[in-house]
Every structure is written in structure tokens, then in C-alpha cells.
Design a protein around this ligand. Structure first.
Ligand SMILES: Nc1ncnc2c1ncn2[C@@H]1O[C@H](COP(=O)(O)OP(=O)(O)OP(=O)(O)O)[C@@H](O)[C@H]1O
Ligand SMILES: [Mg+2]
Length: 322
């Protein structure tokens, strides 16, 4: 059995575990925000296949990291085991948002000085995190065997229902490389015209780079549900018309001072202000996301990293982050 086949076996065994955009909208669709249907219960004792969810955006600063942290915690509150991976290769700040100082980093794992378990931080918020992926670019300097050994180690990260990845902004190769292997892609925008057009640019890139992907939309920092609906409807209809792609709105988050206040105190707002409007929005989004069917070809964390690093049969050359 060659190495690639061996890795695939491990994967299954271990980890089964533009202008028109801004025009007024004519069509209507359901206003988001109501309490969604119940999240499907997991009843079997089958090994978990981790659902890999990437959070991305076209424009920077629209709230991806804040959303990733609070959404991960909200999904955990639904009884799911969640790993939050900071995939912003430039300015990693998940740990800052959570008031955590990491002791070890992914670079030490790459160098073989630490085990992957050593960089997983259990938080008091009910989720585990892997802070700062900066070192991942070092993977480019490793031999094939070293890369495979590294990915094999990541395969040890089994047992999670969800791995959420906070990415950087923009349609650069690094971000697209991280986003494409994910099962679900959450595109975040705000109602600002520039954020909307950049979100469309991101959706366009996702479509250009891949086959069928589950693209979900979150409109952050909205003054009202009506405004969120206007933005979502516009992006959904333009993506359908020009990209022949279905984009699904999974909710919105209100613009709220409490969100900024919680960032300053380095504690997630769903923890600090659970009764706030923005926290209710997060619960709705968490349930909506988990209530959608996972990708049929989901291959979990191990498969994600295989694809990311261009290892294995299904990986598409040039798709890797490196
Ligand atoms: N719902 C909200 N209400 C009020 N302010 C918000 C909200 N969401 C985000 N913000 C503000 O937006 C800022 C940027 O958020 P965040 O760092 O999460 O964005 P980002 O998309 O991860 O940025 P980058 O592209 O640099 O990674 C926050 O520091 C906060 O001040
Ligand atoms: Mg960020």
C-alpha cells in the first residue's frame, strides 16, 4: 500500500470521524432571525466525521474572527464538540479574542518538537482551539514524507463534530487554499457597498476554483433585519443569475456596542452578554448551520489537511495553501 493510500485509509478510519449588486432588490425571500428548526439529533455510535466549516470574506474587518469565536461557542452550546482553528496566516487573533496566550504553535509540530495534541488548547468556553497558523507556511520547506507525517498527526484530531476555521480576507491563494477543502464556506459581509461587492468577488472565486460548494452567507453589523434581508437577497440573486450558484443565507448579526465591549475585555460576547441581541443572532446562525445537511463527500479534518497540502488522490494541484 503506498503512502497516499495509507493516508486515505487513515482518513476514513480515524476521522470518519459589481454595480448590479448595489441596485435595489425586487425579489423577496424569508427574513432571517426566527428560531430555526431543531438541530438534527445524533443518535448512532458511528465514529464522527468532522464537519469542516471555513469562515471567510472578501473585504477585511467585517467580523470573521469575532463571528468564528462566538459561532463556535454557540455550536458547542448545541452539544457539539468543536475545534476552532485560527487559519489567518497573517494576523492570527483568535486567542486574543479569547484572552488566551498559547504556549506552543503549529511550527513546533511541523518541526516534530511537539505533538499536535500539545497545540490544542481547551478553553473554559466549551471549545478547543488551535491558535495561530503562522507556522503552516513552513510546510512548504518540508519533504513529502515530512508533510505526510505532519498530516497524519493532524489525523489524531478526531472526535470533533465541527472544525471551524477562521481565515484571512480576500481572494488571495492563501485564503482560497484554506477555504476550498472545507465542507461548508461561510462568507461574511456587512451592509457596506464595498463589503458586498467584495463578498461577491469571494463567491465568484470560490465558484471559479471549485465544483459544487456549499456557500452560506452571514450579514454582520446590520441595523435591522430588513437591511440584512436586502443585502442577502441581493447577493443570492446576483450569484444565482451570473454565477449559477446557490448561496444560502444563514442569518445576520446586529451592530451592537456590546460586541466591541466584549472584544475589549477579551471575552466572547455570547459568554459575556448571553442575553444580548447579537448573542441571540449567533444562536440562530449556529442552529441554522448545523441544521443544513453536511457535504456528502465530507472527509473530515484529516481529509481537509490532505487536500490543503495537496496530498492524496482527490487533491487538486495548485489548490494548496503553499
Ligand atoms: N456585530 C458587531 N457589532 C459591532 N461591531 C462589530 C460587530 N462585529 C464586528 N465588529 C467590529 O469589527 C471589528 C473587526 O472584527 P473582526 O476582527 O472579527 O473582523 P475580521 O473580518 O476578522 O478582520 P480581518 O479581516 O482583519 O481578519 C471588531 O473589532 C469590532 O470592533
Ligand atoms: Mg480576523
Amino acid at each position: 500500500m503506498d503512502q497516499a493510500a495509507n493516508l486515505r485509509r487513515l482518513a476514513t478510519e480515524r476521522d470518519r470521524s459589481s454595480a448590479s449588486l448595489l441596485e435595489p432588490e425586487q425579489e423577496s425571500s424569508r427574513i432571517e432571525g426566527e428560531v430555526p428548526a431543531e438541530v438534527a439529533e445524533e443518535t448512532s455510535n458511528e465514529p464522527v466525521t468532522t464537519r469542516v466549516i471555513a469562515v471567510t470574506s472578501g473585504k477585511g474587518g467585517v467580523g470573521k474572527s469575532t463571528l468564528s469565536v462566538n459561532l463556535a461557542i454557540s455550536i458547542a452550546k448545541l452539544g457539539k464538540k468543536v475545534l476552532l482553528f485560527d487559519g489567518d496566516l497573517g494576523l492570527a487573533n483568535i486567542n486574543v479574542l479569547m484572552g488566551i496566550i498559547p504556549e506552543h504553535n503549529i511550527y513546533e509540530v511541523i518541526k516534530g518538537k511537539k505533538k499536535v495534541q500539545d497545540i490544542v488548547i481547551s478553553t473554559s468556553y466549551g471549545i478547543d482551539i488551535i491558535a495561530g497558523a503562522n507556522g503552516i507556511s513552513q510546510l512548504a520547506n518540508l519533504s513529502d514524507t515530512q508533510r505526510e507525517t505532519f498530516v497524519e498527526q493532524l489525523g489524531e484530531l478526531s472526535g470533533y463534530d465541527v472544525m471551524m476555521i477562521d481565515t484571512g480576507a480576500g481572494v488571495g491563494a492563501n485564503v482560497i487554499g484554506l477555504v476550498m477543502p472545507a465542507d461548508d464556506i461561510l462568507v461574511v459581509t456587512t451592509p457596506e457597498p464595498t463589503a458586498i461587492t467584495d463578498a461577491y468577488g469571494m463567491i465568484k472565486s470560490i465558484v471559479a476554483n471549485g465544483k459544487e460548494k456549499s456557500i452560506k452567507l452571514i450579514v454582520n453589523r446590520v441595523p435591522s433585519a430588513i437591511e440584512a434581508k436586502r443585502v442577502a437577497d441581493r447577493l443570492i440573486s446576483i450569484s444565482s443569475q451570473f454565477l449559477k450558484t446557490k448561496v444560502e443565507s444563514v442569518g445576520f448579526v446586529f451592530e451592537e456596542n456590546l460586541v466591541q465591549k466584549s472584544i475589549r475585555s477579551q471575552r466572547p460576547h455570547v459568554v459575556l452578554y448571553p442575553g444580548s441581541k447579537s448573542s441571540a443572532c449567533m444562536s440562530h446562525i449556529a442552529a441554522r448551520v448545523m441544521n443544513t445537511a453536511p457535504a456528502e463527500d465530507s472527509i473530515g479534518i484529516f481529509g481537509f489537511f490532505q487536500k490543503l497540502l495537496g496530498i492524496g488522490q482527490d487533491s487538486e494541484p495548485g489548490m494548496g495553501v503553499l
